[in-house]
Design a protein. Sequence first.
Length: 151
Amino acid sequence: MRRGLAIVREQGNVWFLPSLEAALAEAEARTGETDAGLRRLDDALAELERTEQRWYEAEIHRIRGEILLKYDPPNTAAAEQSMQAAIAIAQSQKARSFELRAALSLAKLYRAANREADAHAVLAPAVEGFPPTEQFPELAEALTLLSALSR
């Protein structure tokens, strides 16, 4: 993946770089290279600042939150902050699918911390207005979680 990313950079195909960097960061974190994954995401965020190519910014923050949560589960503050940033960015960009993914991640974090009311409060508005579809599995997961939280 690293070599492929280098080739994409060499060819000047920068449009997909944020999503490719995020995918590599996730892979690095899954293989135990959590610090490398987090550094990669921090570098990607700095690159977004420089280039103002922000279409994937919300997802980078969400992924960063997920990695932070796996890296240090008892320390949820940084993960929560990243997920909240992802939601805010997605809302400002009107990127509803990215908002839903970030809200689902944050709702899971809240539920694990026995903060069901917070989980419901963050997830309900993100789900609102989405038509049912099998092409977006996070929607089904969010609806299932929302139903469980409503009980």
